[in-house]
Structures are given as C-alpha cells and as structure tokens.
Design a protein around this ligand. Structure first.
Ligand SMILES: C[S@@+](CC[C@H](N)C(=O)[O-])C[C@H]1O[C@@H](n2cnc3c(N)ncnc32)[C@H](O)[C@@H]1O
Length: 216
C-alpha cells in the first residue's frame, strides 16, 4: 500500500514519545523520503543522518511555516511532531495554513498511550487534558467523577494548576508522575500532591490521576 496516496506535498509524521524504538516503520520510510524536514530541534536531532534541508521550529511557529511554504509543492516536505499528530501538535496549524488536501498524516505512538500502558489501564473512557499551552477551563469537582485523568503536563509554568487539581482529588485518586517515557531516564512514580509540588518536573511529563482501586 502506498505510504502517501496521491503524494500529498506535506507529510505530518508522529515520531513517538522519544525513543527511536517507538518510531513506526511508516514514519521512518516517510522521513527517509523527505527533502525538507520541519520540526523542533530535538526532533530534528533524532535523525542525524538525514540529508534533507532542516527547518527548525521555535516559539514563532508562523515564521517556520513561512520558511516551509517556500518548499511546499516543489519538494517532499515532512513535518515532525512528537508522539501522535492528533494530540496537541503542530498538525493543526500546518493543516490550517496549507489545507487538508495538501497534508498526509502518519500516526505515531502518543506519550498518553505509553502512560496508560505503563499503568496497565485501558483509556477509551479516560479524560485527556493538556496544560502544555494553557490551563484548561474545567471544574475540579466535575473531574472528581472521572476514573482516569491524563494530563500533558510538561509546561512547568502551569504545574501549580496540576498540583492543585491533584490535591483536590487526592482522597479519591492516586497520582502518578510519568516522566521521559520510553527514554533511558524514564520514571513512573506514585506520589502525593505535596511531592508533586516539590519536584521540578521534566518537560516530558504526563500526570495521571487514577481512581483508587483501579491500579495496584
Ligand atoms: C506538545 S505536547 C505533544 C504531545 C504529543 N503529540 C503526544 O502524542 O505525546 C507535549 C507534551 O507531551 C508530553 N510528552 C511528550 N513526550 C513525552 C514523554 N516521552 N514522556 C512524558 N510525556 C511526554 C508532555 O506532557 C509534553 O508537555
């Protein structure tokens, strides 16, 4: 089966949570065919042997998209995102700018999938939140009804909100700190809200709040 049916000019590729073992073969083949690679420096660094031109994405996403636009339609462009493109990634800004007809998405393994796997939990019924860009507007009391809450919590500026939510649910939920998943320095720890607040958390962090009794 063709990797990119219709050869759309932009492939948005999920690179998984960090370790190359978690990069899919479809992602690898798509990246190998790229002539331009767009992505955060730490994603570009995953592929030192790639000869494609590199367009690093920093805080100013629109500037990177402008640079990318110079190549779209002329050479195969691959946008690298961490985890899965469907979870808080550059995929939506790219699709808004260039149109869905120009884009082909290659799914990846999300950090959320790995976090649930590490705890041995299904996640069809989970509540997924992110403090990556901003604090979500949700009611802590309503969240208390959820059995499984996973929070993309790598932005330290918003960690006080995560700590306060964890504190509010601590009587009914266990708190798991999942850092640097799949990488050699991976940690999955059951902590108190106080301990969570005391730690300096890694930029790759998922916090899981799981109703007591669902995990050992
Ligand atoms: C911009 S979001 C991207 C999420 C990504 N698309 C995914 O599916 O995992 C960045 C957040 O992903 C999480 N993250 C990414 N890689 C991780 C890892 N290896 N371990 C723990 N969390 C990770 C962190 O919560 C970080 O704040």
């Amino acid at each position: 089966m063709a990797l990119n049916p219709g050869s759309r000019p932009i492939a948005i590729v999920g690179c998984g949570p960090g370790a190359l073992d978690y990069l899919t073969s479809a992602a690898r083949q798509t990246i190998d065919a790229a002539e331009v690679l767009v992505g955060a420096p730490r994603l570009l660094d995953l592929f030192p042997a790639a000869t494609a031109e590199r367009v690093p994405v920093s805080a100013c996403v629109s500037a990177a998209l402008d640079r990318m636009a110079e190549h779209v339609g002329l050479r195969p462009v691959v946008v690298l995102v961490s985890g899965d493109p469907g979870v808080c990634s550059l995929s939506q800004p790219v699709i808004r700018r260039f149109g869905l007809d120009c884009c082909w998405i290659v799914p990846g393994v999300s950090s959320l999938q790995v976090a649930f796997a590490r705890l041995g939990l299904d996640w069809l019924d989970a509540r997924l939140l992110s403090t990556h860009a901003y604090v979500p507007e949700v009611d802590a009391a309503a969240l208390g009804q959820e059995n499984k809450i996973a929070i993309l919590a790598g932005n330290s500026a918003n960690m006080p909100w995560v700590v306060s939510l964890a504190g509010a649910l601590e009587k009914t939920h266990r708190i798991y700190l999942c850092e640097d998943l799949t990488l050699p320095e991976e940690k999955v720890l059951c902590v108190s809200a106080h301990e969570l607040g005391e730690r300096s958390v890694a930029s790759r962090t998922v916090v899981m709040l799981v109703a007591k009794g669902m995990t050992k």
